[in-house]
Design a protein. Sequence first.
Length: 129
Amino acid sequence: MYFILVHIPISRPRGIPSGTKDIKRGENYMRWQYNHLNTTPYLHPSQELRSMYNESRSRAETESILNHMKNHEVYDRKEYKGYFSLSQVLEEDLYGEEEDILNWEILMDCYEVVLTRKGIAFREKEEEE
């Protein structure tokens, strides 16, 4: 009995460097896996996208994951738990926490400033009749 081993090379997209090292071409350079997310008609599983996020090296790669999820309408949708939790992580990483600028006059109209043992605290003012 004889077995014939045939080596079938996996084709790489054009312009992809062969070998294990990536060529760095500036801040906007994306590895081919991330660039592929922008063009594929197929939705990748949330676990795979999370793994890609953990291995991402640039903001452009992270944004390609976010855009992939938006293109397939799973971004920030609670019915898709894996995609929803990844959406929250991506949003926090890319945009940070939202900060609201408070109007000091409105704050002082609604709250009293109180000094406690732990420091300064705000207490709601009681309604005057």
